[in-house]
Design a protein around this ligand. Structure first.
Ligand code: FES
Length: 174
């Protein structure tokens, strides 16, 4: 009787691979505090600002970057999302602010907000909720495509970090 030899990875191999990559991530995560404690000046500098290349962010996509230990959402808004944000009556907003005050003039397709719910600090989920912006699953706050609070217990819009465009497709946060 012939024996079939299989080269398929076994379940055990998969578990091993998964464990190995978790290990690698863990090692990277602990490396940062050690490096930063060796060179406090450089670490303070690195923490104070974050440069982001916007080129890979497709229209309609939201990415999260870290700035000073906080999540920052960068949303490459579609025309529809921009229009929805601009067409809202300020009287309908719990924290009234026009969309134009939340984006840079001429760069309305880019919304940059701190990704921390203004209720109790959870990280809201992008492209969720009835206003197409963010939804915070902790207690049900709903934000629109300008990151403004529309429903739920959060009292304020998602905060705006200080940032500037360093070129047509790059920003520096902080
Ligand atoms: S922390 Fe977001 S709704 Fe409570």
């Amino acid at each position: 009787m012939s024996k079939t030899v299989t080269t398929e990875p076994t379940r055990r191999d998969f578990l091993y691979i998964a464990t190995a990559s978790v290990g690698a991530v863990g090692a990277a995560a602990v490396a940062w505090p050690i490096i930063s404690s060796m060179n406090p000046d450089a670490s303070v500098l690195a923490m104070s600002s974050t440069e982001v290349d916007l080129t890979p962010i497709a229209e309609g996509q939201i990415i999260t970057v870290k700035w000073q230990g906080k999540p920052v959402f960068i949303s490459h808004r579609t025309k529809k999302e921009i229009q929805e944000a601009e067409n809202v009556k300020l009287s309908e907003l719990p924290d009234p602010q026009p969309d134009s005050a939340r984006v840079k003039k001429g760069k309305e397709e880019w919304l940059v907000v701190i990704g921390i719910c203004t209720h109790l600090g959870c990280v809201p989920l992008g492209h969720e909720g009835e206003y197409g912006g963010w939804f915070c699953p902790c207690h049900g706050s709903v934000y629109d495509t300008s990151g403004r609070i529309r429903k739920g217990p959060a009292p304020l819009n998602l905060a705006l970090p200080p940032y500037e465009f360093t070129s047509d497709k790059a920003i520096k946060i902080g």
